[in-house]
Design a protein. Structure first.
Length: 87
């Protein structure tokens, strides 16, 4: 068995919202995940949950960290970017 640490999540970057030339759809976010380089690799994450974790200034329930949960809905383009909907 491997002695190294196992990480059960993948870091990603919120690139913005789904949009056209003139319209922006704020209900769907575009997410670029580390080490996901093509559409086939992105298909693994379809239906998986996403946590947008951020740090706030005030304490709530003993923590300054907050979470917004979402779900990967489909790939976006051919470069490994995915679309996600958050609550």
């Amino acid at each position: 068995m491997s002695e190294g640490k196992v990480r059960l999540y993948v870091k990603g970057v919120v690139m913005g919202y789904k949009r056209g030339l003139r319209n922006q759809y704020a209900s769907t976010s575009l997410i670029k995940m580390e080490h996901v380089k093509d559409k086939d690799a992105a298909k693994f994450y379809l239906g998986k949950r996403i946590a947008y974790v951020y740090k706030a200034h005030t304490l709530k329930k003993g923590s300054k960290f907050r979470v917004i949960w979402g779900r990967v809905t489909r790939p976006h383009g051919s470069s490994g970017t995915v679309r996600a909907k958050f609550r």
